[in-house]
Design a protein around this ligand. Structure first.
Ligand SMILES: C[S@@+](CC[C@H](N)C(=O)[O-])C[C@H]1O[C@@H](n2cnc3c(N)ncnc32)[C@H](O)[C@@H]1O
Length: 466
């Protein structure tokens, strides 16, 4: 029997009444593993991952475990995400071309899902307050092949003055007391105490106050938590609409296993029924809460000015190095806005605002590094573009792939057919990185920090929480 924190069981026995037994027993049920396929990839078919069936909500969700050493995980064809968490992206459903903010984004479950809907068009600002977590987020955005995201590392207070009334859609997947994750992350049980939900609610209000400043008149806000606590769920939404009467709760399209929000756990406002709860005794997934709100403001409510746009800062020589590489290797790919951070070059999304004063971890596609006399492509480029955009590709076998991700060089097959130079290495119809061919030997450019030994045993990914 799961050891639940003192006071927790009592609280939910009171709140849930007859249902409490089933709720408490659900903490002993096994965690349900799931993942999403990635429609941004040239080929999103599974190469070496088993699907145990489709998650009923969404196009891309599957039940099943993700192996960290799999081709599918390494090339970004899949993202491990438990089934309930997959509903947040479904609820937000941004459209291609929109401006979208994921305010508390690490490690990137919701961000990669939002990017899937956006089809590389528009601007996704994916923000995380803690630097180390922002670095993980940035890596996940890279693996997923997202071309239109800017990953930033800010508090909401720092971010809001940069983007006043800017976003069509905002997702706040808020830091919370994590009660819905007790099964998955027993460490969450340790943190919990009677006042913990209220402490989290204070922080959620602080973040939301900033979030709404960044919402365009008429924009949409999705708020979610992985907790059952009414203090952090219905009561936060009740507080929010009292602060911002222009915000209206709209229906969270509910699937069978989802419950209505509970007005009686807050101020009784019947609109709170439109919010959604996922209880693990009703659905195969962890505990979640989500709400969708739409602003009734109109064009007349704009007070903010459009921010200036970012400009390219490459020197003529730097641009020439990239162009030489591009003409030879990627003739049909010519991104309009190139931005260099030191010797690192990025293809920024169209409409990228001036980034001055922002802590940016990644903007658009990391193209590569400007060396003294040449350009060296980055892994991100191989993951973001489709293989058929490259003039020279080499399809690796499973054995060659294992050598490649381990950091080894290897002798290629049919060497007489391939001239020396850069190659996109391809597996399962997607890019996996770059190699440089020298007389039949493929030199390895897989980043040192990512290399691993492919092992069958102990291969299961420690589950992504979100
Ligand atoms: C529920 S998690 C986000 C999960 C993420 N959306 C995903 O799908 O992978 C909440 C995030 O909020 C961040 N956070 C913690 N304190 C914060 C604060 N004061 N302001 C903004 N974010 C905060 C945490 O570091 C954490 O990454």
């Amino acid at each position: 029997m799961a050891e639940l924190p003192e006071g927790f069981e009592e609280k939910y026995r009171q709140l849930l009444g007859d249902e409490a037994d089933a709720f408490i027993e659900s903490f002993d049920k096994p965690v349900v593993k799931a993942f999403r396929q990635n429609p941004l990839k040239a080929n999103m078919d599974l190469y070496d991952t088993e699907s145990d069936g489709k998650v009923p909500w969404g196009k891309w969700g599957n039940y099943g475990a993700v192996k960290g050493h799999s081709v599918d995980h390494t090339t970004g064809v899949i993202y491990s995400q438990e089934p309930s968490a997959q509903l947040v992206g479904e609820l937000a459903r941004p459209k291609p071309g929109e401006r979208v903010l994921d305010l508390a984004a690490a490690p990137g479950g919701k961000t990669t899902h939002l990017a899937s809907f956006m089809e590389q068009k528009g601007l996704l600002v994916s923000n995380e307050i803690f630097r180390k977590r922002a670095a993980i987020l940035s890596e996940n955005v890279e693996r997923f092949g997202v071309q239109n995201a800017i990953v930033t590392n800010h508090s909401s207070q720092e971010l809001s003055p940069k983007f006043p009334q800017y976003f069509d859609k905002i997702v706040l997947d808020a830091p919370c007391s994590g009660e819905g994750m007790f099964r998955k992350d027993p460490a969450a049980i340790k943190y919990w105490h009677e006042h913990y939900p209220e402490e989290n609610a204070t922080r959620q209000r602080e973040i939301l106050e900033e979030a709404v400043k960044m919402l365009k008149p008429g924009g949409q806000l999705v708020y979610s938590t992985c907790t059952f606590a009414p203090e952090e769920d219905e009561r936060i939404i009740a507080w929010l609409i009292s602060e911002r009467p222009d915000l209206e709760i709209v229906d969270a399209d509910k699937y069978e296993a989802m419950d209505d929000g509970k007005p009686e756990w807050a101020d009784g406002n019947p609109d709170l029924k439109k919010t959604a709860r996922l209880f693990p005794h009703h659905s195969d997934g962890e505990g979640h809460f989500m709400a969708k709100l739409v602003s009734n403001q109109t064009e007349d409510d704009y007070v903010a000015k459009e921010p200036k746009l970012a400009k390219s800062n490459l020197t003529k020589d730097q641009r020439a190095l990239w162009q030489d590489f591009r003409t030879d290797f990627l003739p049909d790919y010519d991104p309009a806005l190139l931005i260099a951070f030191g010797d690192q070059v990025y293809a920024a999304p169209e409409g990228t605002p001036d980034l001055t004063g922002l802590q940016v971890m990644r903007v658009g596609v990391h193209l590569g590094t400007l060396k003294k006399k040449r350009f060296e492509p980055s892994l991100a480029l191989a993951l973001a573009l489709h293989p058929d955009q490259f003039t020279r590709r080499y399809e690796v076998t499973d054995e060659e792939w294992a050598k490649y991700v381990h950091g080894d060089t290897f002798m290629i097959r049919d060497r007489e057919q391939y001239k020396n130079g850069w190659y996109l290495l391809e597996i399962g119809g997607n890019g996996t990185g770059f190699g440089k061919l020298v007389d039949g030997q493929m030199k390895n450019f897989y980043p040192k920090g990512l290399r691993f030994q492919v092992r069958e045993e102990k291969n299961e990914l420690s589950d992504d929480m979100y």
